[in-house]
Design a protein around this ligand. Sequence first.
Ligand code: NAD
Length: 493
Amino acid sequence: MTKIQKFKMFIDGQWVDSESNKVIETLNPENNKVWATVPEASSKDVDKAVRAAQNAFEKSWANLHPRDRAKHLRSLANLLRDNAEHLGTIETKDTGKIFRETKTQAKYIAEYYDYFAGLADKVEGTVVPIDKPDLQVTTTRIPIGVVAAIIPWNSQMLLTAVKLAPALAMGNTVVIKASELAPVTLLEFAKLIEKSGIPKGVVNVITGLGEPCGKALTSHDLVERIAFTGGPETAKHIVKNSAENLSQVSLELGGKSPVVVFDDAEQENALNGITAGIFGASGQSCIAGSRLYIHSKIYDEFLDKLVTKAKKIKLGSPMSKDTQMGPLNSFKQLENIEKNIKATVEQGGKIRCGGERSSISNKGYYFPATIIECKNHNLPTAENELFGPVLSVMKFDNEKDAIKKMNDNKYGLSSGVYTANLGRGIRISKAVRAGIVFVNTYRLISPMAPFGGIKDSGYGKEAGIESIKEYTRIKTTWYNSSDKPMTDPFTMG
Ligand code: NAD
């Protein structure tokens, strides 16, 4: 029997258990076995972490010159590069995502810390052309205070970096709450924080359930900013919690991203992009291109090619080099996908490949690449975010029809269009109601490119030059430049 590993939380520079000594068991999605335990933080633990962050904000971090904060971020970036392999291994155990991807991503995440380190000393204030004589008015960007970063189970390193890097660069301190479904990766990441020389209390990593831990954190009096990534239902709780502390909130939520393929598209490119968009990370990606509209002229031919490609995707152990799709993260995910597929088939959906849990499922939560033809996009798999390798496919007749269908969903995170007609690519990218549009490509990220949705996919942008300002507030200062005394208020006018 393999030994269960025991992890601790990182609060105020110390490695601690929860005050109740309660733990959460975490399962390896590959074999459904408990491989680790992490502390189950109570509201008392949350309070300790937030107070440590507040103390560090006041005593050290906010007052450090941005150049010096940047040095710490660069040191963290280098540690990430050196430890990418280890972090990738842990994230794979934690989430079931394939090692090739988790390792590559852990290394690339370093770029986010370098990018925001570079921006740290370039955020400037303004001089306001004020409408009054003998006065000068300036604005400066100041840090907000304690940031609560609430992280989902998938892409934790990335979704932490897009919050933590700009928050730290601007002088805020942070309490990160890892997901109870994959809590270990961020605790291992905290070891790099410790090594990087970032002062104690500046970054705290806690583990716990949505309630009480997440709730206590997002409603804590001393929290001034909440950066949330997760599902839309949780987001509603977060916004309610923020009414307790009136903190500024950003929400990165789910999606049901549409992709259209026109009859003039370069087909090999489209086939590869669509496959990456829905089957990469077993479809457990917020920008998964899960609704596909194929032009009626090429519908049968293109769909056949896609099905042939999907059938070849190799499902297996996420650590194995030749695996292309690993298991889903949880049994709950698997059951939800099955429920939606069953309902879709009952309403006329036609499964072209996959559709049933894999025979290796008795060990882990394996589900194969699945393609379902749907008569319309109101069928369950075509309408709901499934967070799995399930592609719902429909027809469209012309550009107007494509745009109408793309926009007919409550989410607005990502979208894609494949066409050889540049003008059409531009027209669609303008018309689609989504935060991100990919033209003849898909599933790309960069620290330089803003990321985030509209409609029910949330608000606030992460990454990109503008996002750094989301971790500042504006302070306005009035200077009297006159040598004369101020007018007596009671003799004015
Ligand atoms: P989730 O909403 O279930 O959980 C996210 C986090 O919120 C977890 O840490 C959880 O413990 C915490 N939480 C739960 N209840 C809470 C409460 N009442 N108060 C405070 N915190 C609470 O999401 P998940 O299942 O971990 O992740 C999948 C979802 O995340 C999908 O909907 C996916 O689309 C979305 N997602 C979005 C993006 C994006 O950038 N737009 C990226 C990745 C994932």
